[in-house]
Design a protein around this ligand. Structure first.
Ligand code: PLP
Ligand code: TYF
Length: 395
């Protein structure tokens, strides 16, 4: 029976990681996978995580099972971090998941249970795993216009026009901030307009937020999510702790289901617990517990916020440097959008051939759609990238 298995398409981002490792050139630059790196190219364990781990090592008395929804302190901490006081806590059901990807997967399972005829609308483009998970689950998908390749900004008129095709009970997947792969984000007035459209159509928002704190700051990055959950009667929020707590391999994420009124929350909570049980029983605990500890402790939280802010400002500075270098080299403002975009990624608007040339001639690795990871740069590699872009752009 197993001999019937067919080869599956590989994850292009992870393939690029392998190619980079195998490249013997010394002057190579990895701008592929979305992992934060400091100026020395290191993905650090954040100070507050180390401190919480030490505390946990000293105080943890058991590693017995948690509840199906994971550590309640984690769920409460994440609800406050992401949603603030946008909705009363008694309208929010929440369960820990294996990473943000686990939250996305559980959310798709949940919407299919609630509406077997659901269509999930995704931005064109979106994180490739959104599309591949939906395809794997056999959930019908539609795209809405999002990124304008000409302006390298959001095509909001196109998005609004496409969302006119929504049916009641459809789900619209939005990126909370720091859109992956484009770096182009909705403004708060645009989030407001989207919420109005969804309400008029009877569609439900599902917000994936994997980079809170990497864009304009922890509060500003959550403003769109908070507006949408307060304006729409029902919503889903999938949040990842991989990037902003730097705990990628621990697999910490949370799925929140916001109900119309508190009387319905118990059923939503029961459904989240049920879905965890069907798929993996108990969610991973270690990373989630550390996050819960940090968010509940003023000193740890302040230190975490300070380090996250340093990371954010570092990425912003690299964006500005790169835009400035390109301004000098091209004598134009064509790449000015790099300083406008937010988060780890921007899409440069190069062709796949130009991206290949960047890799072959310059040892610079980025995803085939010309998405690059800003955090993969440092002061020394910014001019190299700018020169390489200007060189391939002339051909
Ligand atoms: N959603 C988006 C848009 C992402 O870019 C990522 C990747 O990091 C995730 C979700 C989930 O990440 P993880 O499963 O590592 O928490
Ligand atoms: O888009 C990225 O690079 C990150 C990390 O299958 C990632 O979101 C990449 C591929 C993947 C899971 C995570």
């Amino acid at each position: 029976m197993l001999k019937e298995l067919q080869p599956q398409p590989k994850d292009k981002i992870l393939m690029l990681m392998e190619m980079f490792k195998a490249d013997p050139r010394e002057q190579k630059v990895d701008l592929g996978v979305g992992v934060y790196k400091d100026a020395n190219g290191v993905t650090p364990v954040m100070r507050a995580i180390k401190a919480a781990e030490k505390q946990l090592w000293e105080t943890e008395t058991t590693k017995s099972y948690t509840g199906l929804a994971g550590d309640p302190a984690f769920a409460a901490g994440m609800r406050e971090l992401v949603l603030g006081d946008a909705v009363p806590a008694d309208r929010v059901a929440a369960a820990a998941t294996p990473g943000g990807t686990g939250a996305v997967r559980q959310a798709f399972d949940l919407v299919r249970m609630a509406n077997p005829d659901v269509t999930v609308w995704v931005s064109a483009p979106t994180w490739p795993n959104h599309v591949s998970i939906l395809k794997h689950m056999g959930i019908p998908t539609r795209e809405y216009r999002y990124f304008d390749d000409e302006t390298c900004a959001v095509d909001f008129d196109g998005m609004v026009a496409d969302l006119d095709g929504l049916k009641a009970g459809d789900v619209v997947l939005l990126h909370g901030c720091c859109h992956n792969p484009t770096g182009a984000n909705l403004t708060l007035p645009e989030f407001k307009k989207v919420a109005e459209i969804l309400n008029a159509k009877g569609a439900i928002p599902m917000i994936d937020i994997a980079y809170q704190g990497f864009g304009d700051g922890l509060e500003a990055d959550a403003a769109g999510v908070r507006h949408v959950v307060s304006a729409c009667p029902e919503s889903l929020v999938a949040a990842s702790c991989s990037k902003n707590f730097g705990i990628y391999r621990e697999r910490a994420g949370v799925l929140m289901a916001i109900q119309e009124d508190a009387a319905k929350t118990a059923v939503a909570q029961g459904t989240l617990n049920h879905l965890n049980r069907q798929n993996f029983s108990f969610p991973p605990d270690h990373g989630a517990r550390l996050v819960g500890m940090i968010l509940a402790d003023d000193a740890l939280k302040a230190d975490w916020m300070a380090e996250l802010e340093e990371m954010r400002l570092g990425m912003l500075k690299l964006r500005e440097q790169l835009a400035e270098e390109l301004r000098k080299l091209t004598g134009s403002d064509r790449f000015g959008f790099i300083a406008q975009h937010r988060g780890m990624f921007s899409r440069l608007g190069l062709t796949p051939e130009q991206v290949e040339k960047m890799r072959e001639d310059h040892g610079i690795y980025m995803v085939g759609d010309s998405r690059f990871n800003v955090a993969g740069l440092n002061e020394k590699t910014v001019p190299l990238l700018a020169k390489a872009i200007a060189a391939v752009d002339k051909v």
